[in-house]
Design a protein around this ligand. Structure first.
Ligand code: ADP
Ligand code: MG
Length: 316
């Protein structure tokens, strides 16, 4: 289970409506402000969680029946896909291009070999039967926007772990929008809307990457996503020495950065750009965030903080 890297901070008894469920191997908590809660609150929260279920069913690399894994079986042919899968791949390939391949949704097979191959629900270990060897990259994935098809030019395993959660958070946030004041926290990837229970913008504590019990920084934000990627979140292989963010250029876990926090209008963007900046390293990572028009903070493995120009306006 992933430990929360960031958390919307609320007093112990905040009133309103609160619920947590596990999706995507992550504790997903939804908090709605308003005492008493609106009558449609529970129904909307239910529909918000249904988006997590749908995105997971579509995009999971650990389920042979997901649309993503069925697509991986079609090599060389233009395959029609759902709008949700098409949009996830479109964003993933755009971030791959703008990060010169540091971000790359074809890292699935490499992650499988590092030991990131276990379905968290049933413990089943997934192993793909594609022939190893032969480099693959995001350039081997072609999208046709007019026909909504995807063509894989080589056998490869797609991984949308850096975009799917963001996509689910955004869809859930749209579902909750009529309730106005709420926070969605999916293991440190958040969307905060409107006001907190005290009637102020949300305060978001970001975990210190090396001292889990300490808050690194506290942010104040509203109507935006705040996503954090850390090297402490998921480990496997070599006694836990490998973590889940892979540098495709080096062929191993990315080592220069301890955590990246991105503030963006959508969680999809914040999630993907955070992972991309993590692989790129502090200076090039910050430059990607600035070019992409989002704010962020990179903490290096040596604990140095490198922030975008506008990041300080969010500091509490
Ligand atoms: P989480 O919020 O689950 O910690 P992150 O946003 O930090 O996820 O992204 C990590 C996930 O991104 C990995 O679990 C994997 O699925 C995927 N991933 C790892 N390395 C790369 C990469 N170089 N490019 C694209 N996706 C990656
Ligand atoms: Mg991410």
């Amino acid at each position: 289970m992933q430990s929360p890297a960031g958390a919307a901070q609320a007093p112990p008894r905040a009133g309103g409506f609160q619920r947590s469920e596990i999706w995507m191997d992550t504790l997903v908590s939804i908090q709605i402000v308003g005492d008493p809660p609106r009558p449609d609150c529970a129904e909307r929260v239910k529909r918000a969680y249904a988006w997590f279920e749908r995105v997971e069913k579509t995009c999971s690399r650990f389920d042979a029946e997901s649309e993503l894994m069925r697509l991986s079986g079609h090599v060389g042919a233009a395959t029609p896909v759902s709008p949700m899968l098409f949009e996830c791949l479109r964003v993933a390939l755009a971030v791959a291009a703008s990060s010169q391949g540091a971000f790359d949704p074809t890292v699935g097979f490499a992650l499988e070999r590092l030991g990131f191959n276990q379905n968290y629900r049933d413990g089943h270990k997934h192993s793909s039967s594609i022939p190893p060897g032969g480099r693959v990259s995001f350039r081997d994935v072609r999208l046709d926007a007019a026909r909504q098809t995807v063509t894989l030019r080589k056998p490869l395993v797609l991984d949308l772990g850096a975009v799917a959660k963001g996509m689910a958070i955004d869809l859930a946030a749209i579902e909750l929008q009529p309730l106005r004041n709420f926070a969605i926290d999916a293991g440190g990837d958040l969307y905060v809307s409107g006001r907190n229970p005290q009637g102020n913008p949300w305060r978001i504590g970001i975990q210190h990457p090396r001292r889990p019990e300490h808050l690194g920084v506290c942010l104040i934000a509203s109507d935006c996503a705040v996503c954090t990627s850390g090297d402490y979140e998921r480990t496997a292989g070599r006694g836990g020495a490998d973590h889940h963010i892979f540098d495709p250029r080096m062929g191993r876990s990315a080592g220069a950065v301890a955590s990246v926090t991105v503030i963006a209008p959508s969680a999809l963007l914040a999630d993907a750009l955070g992972t991309a900046a993590f692989v790129l390293g502090s200076k090039r990572g910050r430059s990607l965030l600035e070019r992409s028009g989002v704010e962020g903070l990179v903490i290096t493995a040596e604990q140095q903080a490198i922030a975008t120009r506008g990041f300080c306006q969010f500091l509490a």
